[in-house]
Every structure is written in C-alpha cells, then in structure tokens.
Design a binder for this molecule. Structure first.
Ligand SMILES: [Zn+2]
Length: 206
C-alpha cells in the first residue's frame, strides 16, 4: 500500500510563480510594458495562430520573432513583418509544448488595435496565447490539451470572463486563429459557460 501523504500538497501547489507559469519554457521578451494604472481586471484570453515561415512548424522562428532575434532576411515572406516588435504571453507548439515570453502581470503586444466586451486596447487587460498553426488549418490534440490546462490555470490567478480569437477582437483586420479552431471542443473541455466565448463560435455546443 502506498502512502498519499504528499498528494494533497501536490494538488494544492500553484502552477504559478508570480505571473510566470511553471510548466512553460521561459524566455523574457523585450516587447512588453506595464499594464495601465489603475489596473483593469485581466478578464480576457485572446487566442491567436502563428507560424513562421507561414505553414512551417517547429522552426524556432516564432520564438525568435518574440525575442527580436529573427533574421528578417532568412525568408522572403519576412519582409512583410520586418521590424515588427510583437509578443504574446504564451506560445503552444504543435507538440503541445508551452513557452512563455511575458509575465502575465505585464502587458504583451499581441492584439494591436482591438476592442472587445465594450473595451478597447485589449492588450491592456488580456492574456495572449499563440497556437502554432495556420489560419484555416486544424490544430493538434496536444495543443488543445495544453491550452485547456493553461486556460484553467490562468483562471486560477485572473478573473477570466471571456475567451476570444484575434479575429473577434480585431474583426476585419485579423482572421486568426481561423475556421480550423474548434471553439466547441475548447468550451466542452473547459466546461465553462457558453457566454464566455464569442457569439456564434460555439454553434455546436449545448
Ligand atoms: Zn493574432
């Protein structure tokens, strides 16, 4: 018979060290700032998709982009993003591997010009998660598993009331994560109320 004396302690252990998630590979992006003072409540998760070069996975270029170390001349398509200084709090690779670039207590630069739930400048009071992928393409089961755990953990630390895509906070300007993202699957797995998700995004849900 095994003892489970330490199980409650493990279960109660926070996944967080400040605004850093303990399961993520940590890199500190220079593309960040303080959130506004007085602080608005961080109640929104914004989901994105990204791949560099577009449609190629596991190249390391996304991580380089967020660290301002991407060689703009390494691929012709990079000319369209040359000089951009962007970041997200999190990046989930096709394998499900989790990276973090910005302390969640700080402002990352992922949403750009945006508005949602009656508030503009979504970077001020949201957490940005980039999924390695391509607009219109499916995402891997391993990515959903990491995303679900991450969303749950984020909600332990921040009063999350909304999950939306970049396409929902910047409609007409952005299309990610796109039609390949299964909002109903995410909503079911999280078992969060449908009202936390974009209208029409979970058409198949209960
Ligand atoms: Zn995006």
């Amino acid at each position: 018979m095994t003892t489970s004396d330490d199980a409650p302690a493990r279960a109660a252990a926070s996944p967080w060290a400040g605004g850093w998630h303990g399961s993520a590979t940590r890199r500190t992006s220079p593309n960040q700032a303080m959130r506004p003072v007085p602080p608005a409540s961080v109640d929104l998760i914004v989901l994105h998709s990204i791949s560099l070069p577009s449609g190629e996975f596991g190249t390391g270029a996304v991580q380089q982009l967020f660290m301002n170390t991407l060689d703009w001349d390494a691929h012709p398509s990079y000319q369209s993003i040359r000089g951009q200084r962007v970041s997200a709090h999190f990046f989930i690779q096709r394998s499900g591997a989790l990276w973090q670039f910005v302390d969640c207590d700080l402002r990352a630069w992922h949403a750009g010009r945006s508005s949602y739930r009656g508030r503009g400048e979504c970077n001020d009071d949201s957490i940005g998660i980039e999924l390695e992928g391509l607009e219109g393409l499916y995402f891997e089961p391993a990515q959903y598993r990491t995303l679900v755990t991450l969303c749950r953990d984020i909600a332990l630390r921040y009063p999350i009331e909304h999950v939306a895509g970049h396409e929902h906070v910047a409609p007409g300007r952005k299309q990610d994560p796109g039609a390949g993202f299964d909002w109903a699957q995410l909503q079911h797995a999280l078992d969060w109320p449908r009202c936390r998700f974009p209208p029409d995004a979970c058409s198949a849900v209960r």
